[in-house]
Design a protein around this ligand. Structure first.
Ligand code: ATP
Ligand code: MG
Ligand code: MG
Length: 366
């Protein structure tokens, strides 16, 4: 059998490992957290990402991939040339830094919100005007689930926001009046062949993804546009593996790229239960050079994230199970407030039923 090394051992690694097994592939994860979700279904190398013995073990795998973008580039550099690392360090360097990422998106012909880079205090003057008067200040690195972001509508607010974020390098983005948010994943193998995931519609709450739905309620042509843009990123960035693009869909139908995840994405979890190939299988296939085809659910599908609540309130699990078409996925993580600890997928025979049951399901998950 083949082995796939994964940098990172969180829930994405857990679900990659579960999808890899039936393909005859075992996963090895390098992850310092002793309680990492993937420990239960993969060989767990509990060590820092730069640990020489850990990297030695990964170098002996058939290929290496990653499940989060904040692995040190040195870890990838130590592996490259010894084992196929997909995606590689050059792509990672772009996608882990918001300013570099937006520049590289634009270079690929993909539009983004207006932005200015804030490297120091001097860059704050006039920055809001440059992005349209209202903006979102985001740390250039390490942000996720809306952490490391502040809104600003005046220069005073902007200065306060920058201080609150720790006066670290940031990107100020213009506030986008989007109609909806959508996402799409693309896989590309070493031969340059492309395959696409479904166009998914996403709703966020407090900066955290709350629900994803497929199919997205978008005008005809939007999915094709998203594929064109994702394909352009994959080609232009020399992707080997899988990446996901988050988009803002404007009222006129135009798409602006928000950000890139160099991996499977929370919005793609619904592909686990829609009857088609899952995004996790797609990433394993792309990374190991197995045949690739587009992957999309065969039935209307949705997902609701289960996030730790401030008051410790739990989901009504009996009612979730009793609702037709639900499948629960838990990450074996302690439910701290604001932390993703699982998700529930929902499959329905038609879009109307899906939307109806999704509203019910949302009522059961605080
Ligand atoms: P994650 O990586 O978990 O998706 P993140 O912390 O990297 O999240 P973003 O994706 O940049 O954060 O932003 C989170 C959400 O905040 C977006 O999905 C969107 O709902 C809103 N948002 C972000 N940027 C903008 C913007 N420029 N204009 C309007 N809304 C925005
Ligand atoms: Mg992000
Ligand atoms: Mg995002």
């Amino acid at each position: 059998g083949r082995t796939l090394g994964i940098l990172g051992g969180g829930q994405l690694a857990q679900m990659l490992a579960l999808a890899a097994l039936p393909l005859g592939v075992r996963c090895v994860v390098l992850e310092p957290d002793p309680q990492a979700p993937a420990r239960l279904c993969a060989e767990h190398l509990q060590a820092p990402y730069t640990d020489p013995a850990g990297l030695e073990r990964l170098a002996a795998c058939d290929a290496v991939t990653l499940e989060f973008e904040n692995v040190p580039v040195e870890a990838l550099a130590a592996l490259e040339g010894r084992v196929p690392v997909r995606p590689g360090g050059a792509l990672l360097v772009r996608s882990k830094h918001r300013a570099r990422e937006k520049e590289a998106l634009r270079a690929a012909g993909v539009p983004t919100a207006p932005f200015v880079e804030v490297r120091g205090e001097a860059d704050l003057a006039g920055a809001l005007e440059a992005v349209g008067g209202r903006g979102l200040l985001k740390t250039s690195e390490l942000g996720y689930d809306g952490k490391g972001q502040r809104r600003a509508g005046s220069e005073t607010e902007l200065r306060a926001a920058w201080a609150e974020l720790g006066s670290v390098p940031c990107v100020l983005e213009g506030l986008v009046a989007f109609e909806r948010e959508v996402s799409l994943a693309v896989a590309r193998n070493a031969a340059g062949e492309l395959a696409f995931g479904p166009l998914v519609e996403n709703v966020h709450r407090d900066g955290i993804l709350r629900t994803s739905v497929w199919p997205a309620a978008v005008p005809a042509g939007t999915e094709e546009q998203a594929r064109t843009l994702a394909g352009a990123v994959a080609q232009s960035w020399g992707l080997e593996g899988l990446l996901t693009l988050e988009f803002f869909a404007l009222p006129g139908g135009e798409l602006l790229a928000n950000e890139v995840a160099p991996r499977v994405h929370n919005s793609g979890h619904l592909t686990q239960d829609g009857g088609g190939v899952s995004q996790f299988e797609a990433q394993v296939r792309a990374v190991l050079g197995l045949p690739l085809t587009d992957w999309a659910p065969l039935h209307p599908t949705a997902m609701v994230n289960v996030v730790g609540t401030p008051d410790g309130r739990e989901s009504d699990w009996a009612a979730v199970d009793a609702l037709p078409g639900t499948r629960t996925h838990l990450y074996h993580k302690a439910a701290r407030p604001g932390r993703k600890v699982g998700h529930v997928n929902l499959v329905a025979p038609d879009v109307g039923t899906l939307r109806e049951r999704l509203a019910q399901l949302e009522g059961l998950i605080p």
